[in-house]
Design a protein around this ligand. Structure first.
Ligand code: NAD
Length: 290
């Protein structure tokens, strides 16, 4: 029997319903500001979709555009200005940053209470102690989806493919939150010698590599739960471009027990959690002001 789908939309709707109540209780509408220094089409599409998602939730969204050759110092100045602006609730650094810009230095300039993407070292550090208040949105979406789907992780063989700072590594830390009911976690990456040997052992397989078709049907254990984080633009047989994940969806669906679709899976929940982080930032700043 093909795997059942863990769809993002119903989970995102539940998060948004909770947020609507919380936003109604705030003294003013939250305001999210994106800092963009690129003409990249994907980045513009991302900014447009954030604006739309914010508007639907009653959150203001503004974009600050910097030159595409902006320096690290120029980016830091822009961030510091937003840090000290009391009308700004949250700040997003829209990727890609200009060549030569040191992302970590710019991230460190963020006010940690305006860090909606959970990239400031203070918020990353909090993850180690199980505080997911301002967690990076995509890893948070992965663990939220597993939880909402009722997947019992305790002791289960769980393989994460990908060890980036924004997805893979924080996902590992978040999976290990529970002292007594955490899964047994393996991390695979580009230097892993025999990827299939690891993925075939996985009762829960989380894939965030950015390689379309990396995980084929024969690499998946019968009955596994599969979470596909990848977002890849590919040309279909009809010549039209399409968005696919890292998993060969049709083949893997025949072996897995549950699977997240792409699109319509992790990405949708990630957006809802970005809005949730914005509201959390508003709450933290309100507490700071009293
Ligand atoms: P990245 O390029 O920073 O990291 C890729 C990771 O995959 C690295 O750890 C690398 O070692 C590993 N990898 C690459 N090829 C591999 C291979 N052949 N075998 C094993 N490991 C391999 O990418 P990222 O920023 O972590 O993003 C990963 C994917 O997730 C991308 O497709 C990205 O578009 C997508 N993404 C989705 C969302 C969402 O909301 N759904 C959010 C962020 C990123």
């Amino acid at each position: 029997m093909p795997a059942s789908l863990i769809e993002g939309a119903p989970i995102a709707r539940r998060i948004e319903t909770r947020l609507r109540d919380e936003i109604a209780k705030l003294a003013a509408a939250p305001r999210l500001v994106g800092v963009m220094a690129t003409k990249n089409g994907g980045a513009r599409y991302y900014a447009r979709s954030q604006r739309k998602a914010c508007r639907e939730m009653g959150i203001e969204f503004d974009l600050i555009e910097l030159p595409t050759d902006a320096s690290t110092e120029r980016m830091i100045d822009a961030v510091r200005e937003l840090d000290s602006d009391p009308t700004v609730t949250g700040i997003i650094l829209i990727n890609p940053l200009p060549q030569g810009v040191d992302a970590r230095t710019v991230q460190r300039a963020l006010d940690p209470d305006k860090d909606v993407e959970g990239v400031h070292p203070r918020n990353i550090g909090r993850l180690f102690y199980g505080d997911f208040g301002l967690a990076p949105c995509t890893p948070h979406a992965v663990v939220t989806m597993l939880d909402e789907a009722g997947v019992d992780l305790a002791g289960r063989e769980t393989v994460v493919v990908g060890h980036s700072e924004i997805v893979g590594k924080p996902t590992l830390v978040m999976l290990l939150k529970s002292r007594t009911e955490a899964p047994t976690v393996t991390c695979c990456h580009i230097a892993t010698r025999d990827l299939a040997a690891h993925t075939r052992r996985a009762e829960v397989l989380i894939v965030a590599a950015g390689k379309a078709g990396l995980i084929t049907g024969d690499m998946v254990r019968e009955g596994a739960v599969v979470v596909d984080v990848g977002i890849n633009r590919v040309k279909g047989p009809d010549g039209k471009s399409a968005i696919v994940g890292d998993v060969d969806f049709e083949a893997v669906r025949e072996r897995a027990s549950m699977i997240t679709p792409v699109p319509g899976g992790v990405g949708v929940v990630t957006t809802a959690l970005l809005l949730s982080n914005t509201v959390e930032c508003a709450r933290r700043q309100a507490e700071r002001d009293v």
